[in-house]
Structure formats: C-alpha cells, structure tokens
Write a protein that binds this ligand. Structure first.
Ligand SMILES: [Zn+2]
Length: 315
C-alpha cells in the first residue's frame, strides 16, 4: 500500500511547490568573479542565493591571465561581474565586450579604497604586445591593485558586493545584509587573533617576490625591505639580484617570500647566496593547499611568515 502511495504524494507535493513559486525567483543570481578572493566574499554575502564562478582558480598569475572559451560562456549568462579594477585584470574588459551581455553589471570593488603607490612609474609605462595584450611595465599606474590583502579593504569590497546583490535582487536584501554583518564580524575576530600572534615577532623585515604585499605589510606591520621583481612574471636583472644579495647580507634580512604563481627559482637562489629562509605565501586563495577561503589564506600567510621570522631569529 505504502509503496504505491509514496510516488503519488511526492508528485502532489512537488506540483504545489512549483505553482506557489515564481520559477525565476528560485534561480540563484549568476555571478562572475575575476579572482577567487571575490568569489569567496561573494559566497559569504550571497549564500545559496548566488552561484559564483571565479575565472582564475588561484594558480594563475592574476596580471597576465588569458581567458578561456568557457570564461566567455560563463560571462554571457551572468548578471553581475565582480572585479578588483585598478588595472589588475587588464584582460577582463575585452571579455565583457566580446560576451555581448547587455544585462551584465560590472562592479569595481576597489572603489573608495585609499591606494598605496609603489614607486614613480618609469617612462613608457605600458606596451602593446605583438599578440594584442597590453602589459604594464613595472608599475601600477593608478595605485597598487593588491588591496584585498588588507582585511579592512576586504570589508569595503564586501560592502560593494552586498550593494550589487541588493540592486540585482532586492527581495533578499535583508539576507544579504545579515550575511555581510556576520562575515565582517569574522574578519574582525581573525584580525584580533593575528595581531595577537604577531605580537611576539620583533624583526618584521622581508624580501618579497612581486609587489603584491604593501597593504598586507602595512596592516600587519611587516617591513618590505626589497622586491625581487616589480612586475609579476618578469625576470630580475643580474644587477638587481646582486643588489638584493648585498642588502640582505648587510642588513641581516632573514626571510624571502616566494609565491606559487611565480618562478620559484629566484627566491631559492637568494636564499642559497645569503642563508635567508624562503617562505611560500599566496596572494590568491587556493594558491596553496589550505588557503581556499580568504580567511584561511590570511591566517596561513600571517602564521607562516611569523614562524619563518621566528625560526630565522634563532640562527
Ligand atoms: Zn599581483
């Protein structure tokens, strides 16, 4: 008897739900994030109301990414695209244009963030390559784009995302606001935890790989004593390497930061030449196992760096 009844009951229940709900209402908001940190922030704000695709997985170089055909397909059906801006994603404008998606809203999450500049831009700061890609030479023109590595900036980015979701889906505004509030509290808790962890680290000087770390360093009071390259993916000159080696020896700098998205040989060479220690950090969530969320990535980067600086001190 039961075996016969159950399918009928299920069908009736399903039909009732279907009639009561607007079919479009049930569809999550389709969102594209250029880099994984934006995906993570968007998922915290949007919860089950959004479906977020990140174009970069975390293993690629964020400056020189080449979009795949599947990226174009994803952008075509999205309602919202989240970018950092500031010239970080030089490859995204043509992707949006080529998608022909007129309902797509592009949200630049760096708006309103106070920027740090690296150095004065060199002459002829950009170059159009033979393959049509535009590459920045050395400097970030508008200010350093790696804003998300300071959690206070991540809060501003999160607020932009919340506003974008409310604009696209006002019916769930209160859920988006509640989710945002809960996430901002988590960010505060983690900052307090990391500040406490760092209170025992006296020497905070580091050599970094590419200029991804100024906001991170300012927030957590690390001192960037040198950079291996001024542009991700570039190779340092022999002269620059020699200058770094000299500075590391003279000033007794003990830690060199490497990044999984870049050539790891050069940090290794510096370490061999000077006895400094290499620590691998990632500017993108997912770049190293255990850094899949923004919060995990921040904790990982700060903790690993603190450990490396402490271990170096005892030698
Ligand atoms: Zn970068």
């Amino acid at each position: 008897m039961l075996a016969v009844m159950t399918p009928v009951l299920c069908l009736v229940a399903w039909a009732t739900v279907d009639a009561a709900e607007q079919p479009r209402e049930a569809e999550p908001l389709e969102v594209i994030a250029t880099i994984p940190v934006l995906k993570d922030l968007a998922e915290h704000v949007g919860g089950s109301r959004v479906r977020v695709v990140s174009l970069l997985s975390g293993l690629e170089n964020e400056h020189s990414y080449s979009p795949k055909p599947s990226d174009l397909v994803a952008v075509r059906k999205a309602r919202v695209l989240l970018e950092v801006g500031l010239g970080l994603e030089v490859w995204v404008a043509s992707l949006v244009r080529n998608s022909g998606n007129s309902r797509l809203v592009v949200i630049t999450t760096s708006k309103g963030i106070a920027l740090l500049r690296d150095h004065e831009p060199p002459k002829g700061a950009g170059e159009l390559q033979a393959d049509g890609r535009f590459t920045l030479q050395g400097d970030h023109q508008e200010g350093n784009p790696h804003i998300w590595l300071d959690p206070e900036n991540a809060k501003i980015m999160t607020r932009h995302i919340t506003e974008a979701f409310i604009a696209a889906d006002a019916a769930h505004a209160s859920a988006y606001r509640d989710n945002q509030a809960a996430y901002l509290r988590q960010l505060d808790q983690l900052q307090a935890e990391l500040a406490e962890r760092l209170s025992r680290v006296p020497d905070r000087r580091i050599i970094v790989h590419h200029p991804a770390w100024p906001y991170f360093a300012r927030r957590f009071k690390f001192q960037i004593a040198g950079e291996i390259v001024r542009q991700a993916g570039a190779e340092p000159s022999a002269r620059h390497l020699q200058e770094l080696i000299t500075a590391i020896r003279k000033d007794h700098i003990r830690v060199v930061v490497s990044e999984p998205q870049l050539n790891q040989k050069i940090p290794e060479v510096l370490a061999q030449e000077t006895g400094a220690r290499v620590v691998m950090l990632t500017a993108l969530p997912g770049g190293i196992a255990g850094t899949e969320t923004y919060l995990d990535m921040l904790r990982y980067n700060v903790t690993r760096l603190a450990e490396a600086l402490e271990a170096a001190k005892t030698h």
